[in-house]
Design a protein around this ligand. Structure first.
Ligand SMILES: *Cc1c(COP(=O)(O)O)cnc(C)c1O
Length: 398
């Protein structure tokens, strides 16, 4: 018989009762080091006093009013995101998929407003992940997620990631925009090279198409910059972000230049919950931490330190591990054994991780983790890898 909670996930038999920083506690007192952070979402970790107090206070005042009225918390969050990014204007919504849907609508609408209504197609990349709505399944293009859900939504083309020749060949008279993750998360923590991102910007300008970044996972401080594309010193025309922006409270955002945002006139796009006082209070509390002097530099430093330790770990366990990839605190550890086995071995060491494509173990801890948390993570992964090497000596053959 089907479970009352619809079984769309293979859930680990673990339930957490409370958390503190990078640690989660079960009711029976076990303590897990959380390097999954709710899939790169609990950016301030668990039980962050500032975030908790802000949400509790706002919840008691007013949670939701609708976008028929001014929402000062949303105005403030938008002003701050504009002040710290390429964007001139921000639309708030509730999730990554919803942000990406809005981003695609904006790119099409901006082309139409510029007198090019035939430009509707969006160029996407192999290995992309943009969410689970019908249109974003098509933008994602992964057969595994599309199967059984009917025809693909039209308008999305795919080319190989980090391949500029393919991009230039695929841009046509009907291309409205390019949608790309500066770092692909889901398919294995694949970093878009600086050169690739810069050349995407050049090609977009040359062909009159819009450049849209999906920073749902790699944005909001994850890489040690507020947004990952800042590493390449270029700016998109429009960008989606979500996951970490609310520190675990559901919130998404589309950031855009005036040229892209302005055609979205009153009534042309909407959302009931998006940008409500409670969600935007959470967003402001997260930003309070991210914008503290030195905080993002600390993320960069911790990321580098963790990366060096993981490189050494991979070198110590060549039969089990096959190198490290990623940027800041968005790291991937490629496994030589099936990655689910590596994840399970880490879980036996009471450490939580997320798997990704290409047999990669994703390490996306809370941005507030301490140096001791990092060291503890490496120790636990070391024990996990050793346990696997002991039971699978044959893996050395690969
Ligand atoms: C998680 C993710 C999404 C989808 O976000 P949801 O909040 O699950 O809808 C989209 N794009 C990227 C890059 C993601 O990592």
């Amino acid at each position: 018989m089907i479970s009352p909670l619809m079984p769309t996930y293979n859930r680990a038999d673990l339930a957490f009762e409370r958390g503190e920083g990078a640690w989660l506690y079960t009711a029976d007192g076990r303590r897990f080091l959380d390097f999954g952070a709710g899939i790169a979402t609990s950016s301030l970790g668990h039980g962050h006093p500032g975030l908790v107090a802000a949400i509790a206070e706002q919840a008691a005042r007013v949670m939701h009013v609708s976008n028929l009225y001014r929402v000062p918390q949303a105005e403030r969050l938008a002003e701050r995101l504009v002040a710290h990014s390429f964007a001139d204007s921000v639309f708030f919504c509730n999730s990554g998929a919803e942000a990406n849907e809005g981003m695609v609508k904006m790119m099409r609408r901006a082309q139409a407003a510029a007198g090019r209504p035939e430009r509707t197609r969006i160029l996407c990349f192999d290995g992309a992940f943009h969410g689970r709505t019908l249109a974003m399944l098509s933008a994602t293009g992964n057969e595994k997620y599309l199967s059984g859900f009917g025809e693909r939504a039209p308008g999305f083309d795919h080319v190989p990631f980090n391949n500029m020749n393919a991009v230039r060949d695929a841009i046509g008279p009907h291309t409205a925009g390019i949608m790309v993750e500066p770092i692909q998360g889901e398919s294995g923590v694949n970093v878009g090279t600086t050169r690739f991102l810069r050349e995407l910007r050049e090609a977009a300008d040359e062909y009159g198409v819009l450049l849209g970044f999906d920073e749902v996972q790699c944005g909001m401080g994850r890489t040690g910059r507020l947004f990952a594309h800042e590493w390449a010193n270029i700016a998109p025309d429009v960008m989606s972000t979500a996951k970490g922006i609310g520190g675990g409270f559901p919130l998404g955002a589309i950031l855009a230049t005036e040229a892209v945002a302005a055609p979205l006139t009153p009534g042309s796009h909407g959302t009931t919950f998006g940008g409500n006082p409670l969600a935007c209070t959470a967003g402001n509390a997260v930003l309070d931490v991210l914008l503290q002097p030195g905080f993002l530099a600390g993320v960069e430093r911790k990321g580098q330190k963790l990366r060096e330790a993981l490189d050494a770990l991979a070198a110590r366990h060549p039969a089990v591990l096959d190198g490290v990839r990623g940027q800041g605190l968005m790291l991937g550890l490629r496994s030589r054994v099936p990655v689910a086995e590596l994840q399970a071995a880490a879980m036996r060491e009471e450490m939580l991780t997320v798997t990704a494509g290409d047999n990669v173990l994703r390490l996306v801890p809370p941005l507030v983790l301490t140096d001791e948390d990092c060291e503890e993570a490496v120790n636990r992964l070391d024990r996990a890898a050793r346990a696997l090497a002991d039971v699978r000596p044959m893996a050395a053959a690969s």
